[in-house]
Every structure is written in C-alpha cells, then in structure tokens.
Design a protein around this ligand. Structure first.
Ligand code: ASP
Length: 292
C-alpha cells in the first residue's frame, strides 16, 4: 500500500494559544487527509488544508494576517507539485484564500508569480470576491507593536519579527505524488510592498520527485539560503529526517531562524526548527501526531 501523508505547521515563532493552534492544525490535516483517503490529489489536499488554516484567524495567513507598517494586510502564498508546476502570489490584498489564487496562477497562467494589483485583478477575473482579512485581534496587536517601535525602525523590527506564524502544508497522495504549499501575511510591520520567502520558488516552497518542503521563519534569510530548495536537494541522497537535520543545521550556522516541514518520496516526514518552538501536526496512514 502507498503511504498517505499530510503535514502542516503554524509557524516557527513560538506557541502562544497552543490549544487554538493545535485545533486549527488538526482540523486542517484532517480535511486534507480525508481528500487523500478518498483518492484525491495532494494538490487538493494541500489547497484545502491551507484554506482551513487561512480561516482560523490564529495564524498569520488569510484572515488574521499580520498588518504591515501602514496598517495594510499584504499576503503571500505559493504552491508547487512534484512534477515541477508552480504558482504564487505576492503582496495580494483583500482575498480570503491567497493559496487558492496561487493555485490559479499555477493552473491558468504561463507565469509563476503575480504580485500586488496584478495578482488582485487576476483573482477578480477568476471570480474571487472581496474579503477583508483584518481582525480586531490583529489590529490591536499592530497598535501595540507600532507603539513599541517608535524609532530605530530596523533594529526593533528585527526583534519583533520573531513572531513567525506562517502556515505550510505538504502532502503525498495515493499515487505517491507530493505537493507543498505555504501562505503568510509576511512579517509584522513590514514596509509596504515587502515580499518575503513564502512566494519565492525554492525559498518558502519547493517540490520535485525527491520530496516537498514548506518553510517558515525569517523570510529574508530564508530567501538568501533558498532553504526549501536546499532541503529538497538533500533528499536526493538522504531520507527526509536526515535532510531536515542537515538543512536546519545549515540554517543555524548561517544565523537563519527557521522551521521546515517536508515529505520525501518514501513518505518519510521531516519537521525541524531552530527557533523557540514550532506548532505542527501530521497524519500518516491514519495516525495523527501533533505538538500538543
Ligand atoms: N517567513 C515569513 C516571512 O518572512 C514569516 C513567517 O514565517 O511567519 O514572510
């Protein structure tokens, strides 16, 4: 029998509200696993699981995304399949499910990444309706954080951005086909137009015939290290747990704060981080495991 596997994470920035986080992640992987169990594709499983996480409001993705410096929510998302297809959106506003738009970019265009107004226009052309992703909770957090910033924008921002709450999902279906996806509101108080690792191929998301990976953490460093690509590249020779250890050791050496989840071609799982903590949950062949 083929392995059926789905793993999700809720960011590598520590675990406040562990109960709510665990609930959201368990629901997401359950929805995705149900699709896999019924013979559905890993693309559907990843998209639907991420849509659950984008709706929970506890994570920094979709509704409940963190606000940028000017109080705007700009979201990034990407999806990649083992056969090399890729789609992403960057700095998109006012949609409910950025991952859905990323999948549409993958399936309906000749491009890999659409950003800003262009991404939004494309989404509307595809019938995706207006949605305000700001929640009262995140507006309150934004007000508090903005007060703490006051001056010295960059050094202080560096400390604040340890609040990583990006979501990622990787799944393997009954055909052994792997898909990886990631969705985020970026880092808190980012400058307008800032794009992080999440929609960048090989940084936030990567998949090929050897495996699939989604990352979370300090986006700028994850981009410089191409952390998702690097982890999948290790999987050409090593199993997922070994590749995960090699990748996170490398990240630590170059001072890249990160978390990584992934699946290799044999259905083995990796789940590593070098931050304080990372919330995660997976189901493999019917058995669920979670951080909490
Ligand atoms: N990697 C994300 C970014 O820099 C942040 C996170 O993981 O929460 O946009």
């Amino acid at each position: 029998m083929k392995n059926l596997v789905i793993i999700a994470n809720g960011g590598a920035g520590g675990i406040n509200f562990p109960h709510r986080r665990a609930q959201g992640l368990k629901k997401a992987v359950s929805v995705g696993y149900e699709i896999l169990k019924n013979g559905g594709s890993s693309i559907d499983a990843v998209e639907q699981a991420i849509m659950v996480l984008e709706d929970t409001t506890i994570f920094n993705a979709g509704t409940g995304s963190t606000l940028g410096l000017t109080g705007e929510v700009e979201m990034d998302a990407s999806i990649m399949t083992a056969d090399g297809n890729y789609g992403a959106v960057a700095a998109i506003k006012n949609v409910r499910y950025p991952i859905q738009v990323a999948r549409l970019v993958m399936e309906k265009t000749d491009h890999l990444l659409l950003c800003g107004d262009g991404a939004l226009k494309f989404a509307r052309l595809c019938g995706i309706k207006y949605h305000n992703p700001k929640t009262k909770e995140k507006i309150r957090m934004w007000e508090r954080a903005k007060n703490r910033l006051k001056s010295d924008y960059f050094p202080k921002l560096y400390k604040l951005k340890e609040l990583y709450e990006t979501v990622g999902v990787v799944a393997m279906d009954t055909n052994g086909f792997i898909t990886a996806g990631t969705s985020t509101g970026g880092i808190s108080l980012h400058l307008p137009g800032r794009v992080g690792d999440t929609p960048i191929i090989g940084a936030g998301t990567y998949a090929n015939k050897y495996g699939g990976v989604s990352t979370t953490g300090h986006g700028e460093m994850i981009m410089k290290t191409l952390l998702a690509f690097r982890t999948v590249a290790y999987m050409e020779k090593y199993s997922a747990p070994v590749a995960g250890k090699m990748a996170i050791d490398y990240a630590t050496r170059v001072k890249c704060r990160a978390g990584i989840i992934g699946i290799d071609r044999e259905g083995k799982i990796l789940c590593v981080n070098n931050t304080e903590a990372m919330s995660w949950c997976y189901i493999k062949n019917g058995t669920m495991k979670s951080f909490y």
